[in-house]
Ligand binder design. Structure first.
Ligand SMILES: [Zn+2]
Length: 252
């Protein structure tokens, strides 16, 4: 099972290497939510992450904004002492907010910009941040802990559609073929059936601090209303867990 997981990780990393030139030694930027989940799942970050990525000289870094945020929150929640002690062990990367810190997720977003120029792998359990990366940033591998297993997210549609080195002159037909090939390479059947029922755990307080409103495709609804379709064809989107279909979790 472990080998299968690592093979999958290598496939995903291969995609990023080929399309976005993200190659070992990797730089993993991790935040407080990830450290919190690592304690919960008894994950030894410094050992387990490089092993999972298949590159033992992986650099694990954080930023001052991230450390300061956990430090602040620690005053309110005592169980954040552990994550604080862990996150501050990692080398601090200069983020440009020195002297005027910003929230951790804003700090990470500002470092990533649109195309992740520094080629980070982001390690976070923050759903809002991960959704932002999926929707707004290309070429950014996202690592999270699935229970206690380090797991790389499948490349987003945006990354699959906009590889930096894509030949801009290729035709639509060629592009479609390329996309379907890529999907075959990365695989669509990422979700495996859950074998055990998830134990209910306390939510990660660092990733719950923001409201997570899910944007509904309102424009589409309005469009349908205009066209008078909504009364006749009201589709129910009731698939459980379909909200973040791009953050599919795998059973380990
Ligand atoms: Zn910062």
């Amino acid at each position: 099972m472990k080998i299968r997981r690592q093979k999958k990780a290598q496939k995903i990393l291969g995609f990023y290497q080929h399309n976005f030139d993200i190659r070992p030694p990797y730089t993993v930027l991790l935040d407080g939510t990830f450290c919190y989940a690592a304690i919960e799942g008894k994950v030894k970050i410094a050992e387990d992450i490089p092993k999972y990525l298949g590159s033992l000289d992986t650099k694990l870094i954080t930023t001052q904004c991230i450390i300061l945020e956990v430090e602040q929150l620690r005053k309110l929640k005592r169980d954040l002492h552990g994550p604080y002690m862990i996150v501050k062990q990692f080398p601090v990367h200069v983020c440009g907010h020195e002297g005027k810190p910003v929230p951790a997720s804003s700090c990470i977003k500002s470092l990533l910009k649109k195309e992740n120029p520094k080629k980070y792998i982001i390690a976070s359990q923050d759903n809002e941040l991960r959704t932002h990366i999926h929707e707004c940033v290309t070429g950014t591998p996202v690592l999270y802990l699935h229970r206690s297993a380090p797991t790389l997210e499948k490349p987003s549609e945006k990354s699959q559609a906009d590889p930096l080195n894509a030949n801009k002159t290729i035709t639509t037909h060629e592009e479609k073929t390329l996309q379907s090939l890529k999907r075959k390479l990365i695989g669509e059947e990422e979700v495996e059936p859950e074998r055990r029922k998830k134990k209910k755990k306390n939510p990660n307080p660092l990733s719950c601090k923001k409201s997570k409103k899910v944007k509904k495709p309102q424009q589409q609804q309005q469009q349908e209303m205009k066209e008078g379709k909504s009364k006749r064809k009201r589709k129910k989107h009731k698939k459980p867990g379909a909200v973040h279909h791009h953050i599919q979790q795998e059973a380990s």
